[in-house]
Design a protein around this ligand. Sequence first.
Ligand code: FE2
Length: 296
Amino acid sequence: MTSKTIRETARIVTAHRQREGAGFIVRRPFPAQGLDVADPFLLLDEMGPADYGPGEAVGAPDHPHRGFETITYMLEGEFEHEDSAGHRGVLRPGDVQWMTAGAGIVHSEMPSDRIREKGGRVHGFQIWVNLPAKLKMTRPRYQEVSAGKIPEARSADGRARVRVIAGEALGAHAVIDTHIPIVYQDWTIESGADVTVALPREQQAMAYVFQGAVLVGNEGKEIRDGQLALLGEGDAVRFRGAPGAGRLLLLAGVPIGEPVARYGPFVMNTQEEIAQAVRDYQSGRMGEITRTAEVR
Ligand code: FE2
């Protein structure tokens, strides 16, 4: 058996708080000033956990996207979405929506009617994954996977558990198809856990701890709630339990390595393509959400 090179923590970034959409607060490790090394990932937002009273919950009403993918993963609460292609649905705890905006889509992402009216807790993630030039204008695509269909696995001693949204770990393979190789996994690492999983050398990897703390690498660097560890070179990652349990998102992907022109909800390669995206959106070429009056 060939021995694996374990990836160590190269840098730690602490998430900052940011107001988004109609005014909801996210914890955002990146994008951030001076952190331009997350390719192919463009953004990582942790929404909440927030406890809303009746009438308080806000979301992101109708807005466009072009040139990348948005992935929503709910932990608590419910999000409703609808879009210009006629898709409509509700994301519940554990559900994943992998949306390839590609050439363009207009959608809305809102806490459900029930949470807006009665209040409740909302906690989840949205990440943005870039697309290479040749796929930026691809047809929009949705993959919605309910919680029960997300593959899960655990270490032999049961102290490390993983939900595999993308990639593979401990024998569990993702059901979601990605345009470029991506790893997206939700790990729970209990005290006493010690788990090592292969992660291809060509992928850039990072771990975002969103609960408790986790020890990363052979060095056992402690990464705490709200911290993102950018991992160095190697072909495996190792997580060990810190006192109490910890939970993290493991993200990895092969860097695209192309110029990034970014303006709000559009991510292209050049400023000219951004200007075109703005024109296409303003002239209605990304469509609009058709809403018919509901009979109650
Ligand atoms: Fe969006």
